[in-house]
Design a protein around this ligand. Structure first.
Ligand SMILES: Nc1nc2c(c(=O)[nH]1)N[C@H]1C(S)=C(S)[C@@H](COP(=O)(O)OP(=O)(O)OC[C@H]3O[C@@H](n4cnc5c(=O)[nH]c(N)nc54)[C@H](O)[C@@H]3O)O[C@H]1N2
Ligand SMILES: Nc1nc2c(c(=O)[nH]1)N[C@H]1C(S)=C(S)[C@@H](COP(=O)(O)OP(=O)(O)OC[C@H]3O[C@@H](n4cnc5c(=O)[nH]c(N)nc54)[C@H](O)[C@@H]3O)O[C@H]1N2
Ligand SMILES: [Mo]
Length: 679
């Protein structure tokens, strides 16, 4: 017998049981991927932090909890007195529980009094979220249960590689793939693309044009669902004015995707009884990520898919709590319940729950990259608290970001291991990880899960909530405002989210413990939850979905004689994110222990590069060292870099921090590079 919990990694949140010896079994008759099976290795890893660390003359040294908390609280007070509260900032993460994310937002706004808080979801779901909000009036990554996909006749995956990034998800699309209904758009032949009947290989950063071509083909083929467009949407004409000029042959010249294939996509979606379009980071992590997602939403709307049982549009959320992490206030512009911090009614509601004057709440702050870029500058943040993210590796333009992190007057990091960011810190708080604590996460379909406390944490570590409580009380806050009990925090979150879009008021630990499957919104404790939103109407006041005209634009950086190739970045199965956790797991390092660059054999030959050779991939910002991996399945103009490795192997040494104007998402997925041989 073991204790049941959920995997620490992706947004699928597979159930598992852990035995006393920290071995793992899959729960719910499910499967687990390699990362899931080996996740307990980290619970007992020697890399685990168990003592607070404070920087002294010779580097980080062990300290007591009181010393570490006093040091940070004193520094926060001093810097706030001297430079104002906006000199204090927080970076949070979408892997944190709802409780921690909620309390981080509250801590920033009322214990620090600063608008300077954002989180790593800015680098993840922000473009998807902005586009879903714009089109549907609400952002729930999958507006339907993931199991609905099992009955799909056609699924288009745009820039998503779930065979590596959510392996158990492939079970839900297996039937569709077997019957020839899976379509994948990716510049590489990924394991996901191999399962597809039709693989489109667009040039990086051209997915918006591709969507315009498919929309054109839908209309040209007489497949527009006029009744749906008229009764359930607004704005189609303005969108068609743009798309009418993007006939598939023109789109082929921009994207490299054959006009016939674009027409195939339109035809297969239109002919399918049940059809879905889903986007991943490949389409979204661009300086025009929001418009790109919008363009694909338009294809779905033209075919009448969203809000129809058995069909739909969705974005595949990434992190364990990537959905809940973007709902309860650790985002710069947000208050709990997916409320806007600029909305007077929202401010009044949340201020009442917090027992403060609404006028005392700061307004919206800068986005993650802007916050990091400003660290240590006269108007920027001088004291940064980091919870659940490792931006020294995962932020774009990483050499610059690491420099800015080092330029702070005070950097405090709460983590489970000495991440590359923690290694730069003045104070490190060793905290509990997933199975060692209790808390809720909200999975990719908007279902709230209680992650049980399954194993005892090592001596010396505390929870994220303990750290916030310790700091808040030292800053003069009443202790009961920052509870240490996850259930107490959740009960407050329920009230704070009440009446908001992401309404958790009816979710209770008792219901979750009893095994109820609750998808938000859940307005009241007797409400059964909402597995499928949008069936009766969209979340805009008029109940309609909105077409918003969007235009194709080339990537922020063009290829030229000096930088003739495009680099794109992403993931491999056996590593997770910045690798802070998975690089500690020997069984994963044995599979994917080394930085590589996927390069087309013809391009490699032109550069005199062979399999396994060291290569420097160089952009206008810097170069990354990697081993050549000859990859016939990648576009010859494209080089693929995984971003899981540290130091000189960081893919983010080359990435472009050009930001989407709406979502402030950086252009992780395309920048201009050249290859240099390494003697
Ligand atoms: N093993 C593993 N699993 C993970 C994670 C992990 O780090 N490792 N991270 C989790 C998180 S937080 C996230 S967000 C998800 C991400 O999950 P995915 O979105 O599936 O992951 P990525 O590898 O970032 O990108 C997907 C694909 O986009 C392609 N791509 C690159 N540029 C473009 C482009 O311009 N257009 C198109 N159409 N495709 C492009 C890449 O080749 C890649 O195969 O995975 C989650 N699961
Ligand atoms: N080039 C490139 N860069 C990317 C991307 C890309 O596709 N390409 N993808 C982006 C995306 S989608 C994402 S989501 C980000 C992810 O990048 P990061 O935010 O850096 O993600 P992680 O490596 O998961 O970092 C989480 C940190 O929190 C720690 N941790 C784990 N559990 C806990 C906990 O309970 N409490 C606390 N306090 N800490 C904990 C982990 O040890 C780790 O150090 O990277 C982004 N960066
Ligand atoms: Mo992500």
């Amino acid at each position: 017998m073991g204790t049941s919990t959920h995997c620490p990694y992706c947004a699928l949140q597979c159930g598992m049981t852990i035995s006393a010896t920290a071995s793992i079994d899959a729960a719910e008759g499910g499967a687990l991927c390699l990362k899931g099976w080996t996740s307990a290795d980290l619970l007992t890893s020697p890399a685990r932090l168990t003592t607070p660390l404070v920087r002294g003359p010779t580097g980080l040294r062990p300290a007591t909890w009181d010393e570490a908390l006093d040091h940070v609280a004193t520094g926060l007070r001093r810097l706030s007195d001297r430079h104002g509260a906006q000199a204090l900032g927080i970076m949070g993460g979408g892997g944190l529980t709802n409780e921690t994310g909620y309390l981080l937002g509250k801590f920033a706004r009322i214990a620090l009094g600063t608008p300077m808080i954002d989180y790593n979801g800015r680098f993840c779901m922000s473009s998807a979220a902005a586009a879903m909000n714009r089109a549907f009036g609400m952002d729930r990554g999958l507006p339907f249960p993931v199991t609905d996909l099992r009955d799909a006749d056609a699924i288009v995956l745009v820039g998503s590689n779930p065979a590596e990034t959510m392996p158990p998800f492939m079970r839900h699309v297996a039937a569709c793939a077997e019957s020839g209904g899976l379509i994948v758009a990716d510049p590489r032949v990924t394991p996901t693309a191999r399962a597809a009947a039709l693989h489109l290989q667009p040039a990086p950063g051209t997915d918006l044009a591709l969507a315009l071509g498919v929309l054109h083909a839908v209309v040209e083929g007489g497949r527009l669902d006029r009744a749906y467009v008229e009764s359930r949407t607004t704005g189609f004409d303005a969108v068609w004015r743009v798309a009418s000029a993007w006939w598939p042959e023109r789109v082929e010249r921009v994207t490299g995707v054959a006009a016939a294939d674009q027409r195939q996509v339109a035809e297969r979606l239109a002919r399918a009884g049940n059809a879905y379009i889903l986007t991943g980071r490949g389409a979204e992590q661009h300086s025009k990520g929001v418009d790109t997602v919008s363009a694909w939403i338009h294809v779905a709307l033209a075919l009448g898919l969203p809000g129809r049982p058995g069909s739909g549009f969705g974005c595949l959320t990434g992190q364990a709590n990537g959905q809940g992490g973007r709902e309860h206030g650790q985002k710069a512009d947000q208050l709990p319940g997916y409320r806007s911090i600029a909305d007077p009614l929202a401010r009044a509601h949340v201020a009442a729950v917090w027992g403060v004057d609404p006028a005392s709440l700061p307004g919206p702050g800068p986005s993650a990259y802007e916050l990091l870029d400003g660290l240590g500058t006269p108007d920027g943040v001088r004291a940064l608290l980091v919870f659940g993210t490792n931006p020294a590796v995962s932020a774009p333009n990483a050499a610059h970001v690491a420099e800015r992190l080092a330029a702070t007057d005070l950097l405090a990091v709460a983590d489970v291991v000495l991440s590359e960011t923690a290694a730069l810190a003045d104070v490190v708080f060793p905290v509990t990880q997933w199975a060692e604590g209790t808390g809720t996460v909200t999975n990719l379909e908007g279902r709230v899960l209680l992650r049980g406390h399954a194993v005892r944490p090592p001596e010396g570590v505390r929870t994220d909530l303990d750290v916030l409580h310790g700091l808040a009380t030292r800053l003069g806050q009443p202790g009961e405002r920052f509870p240490r009990s996850p259930e107490a925090v959740f009960d407050e979150l329920r009230r704070a989210s009440r009446g908001g879009k992401a309404d958790y008021h009816g979710v209770t630990y008792a219901r979750l413990r009893a095994g109820e499957r609750l998808h938000w919104p859940v307005p009241e404790p007797d409400h059964p939850g909402t597995p499928r939103v949008f069936l009766d109407g969209f979340a805009h006041p008029d109940g309609r979905a909105r077409f918003v005209p969007v235009r194709h634009q080339p990537p922020d950086e063009r290829a030229d004689a000096e930088y003739p190739l495009f680099a794109t970045t992403g993931r491999v199965l056996a590593q997770y994110q910045s690798g802070a956790q998975t690089r500690q797991v020997a069984r994963l390092m044995a599979v994917a222990g080394e930085m590589f660059a996927e390069i087309h054999p013809a391009v490699a030959a032109r550069h005199g590069l062979a399999e396994g050779d060291p290569v420097r991939v160089v952009s206008r910002r810097g170069g990354v060292l990697a081993k050549v991996r000859l990859t016939p399945g990648i576009r010859p103009d494209t080089v693929f870099l995984p971003f899981h490795f540290p130091g000189s192997h960081r893919a983010n040494l080359v990435t472009n921090p050009a930001l989407d104007p709406l979502s402030r998402m950086p252009e992780f997925k395309v920048c201009a590079v050249r290859l240099e041989r390494v003697p």
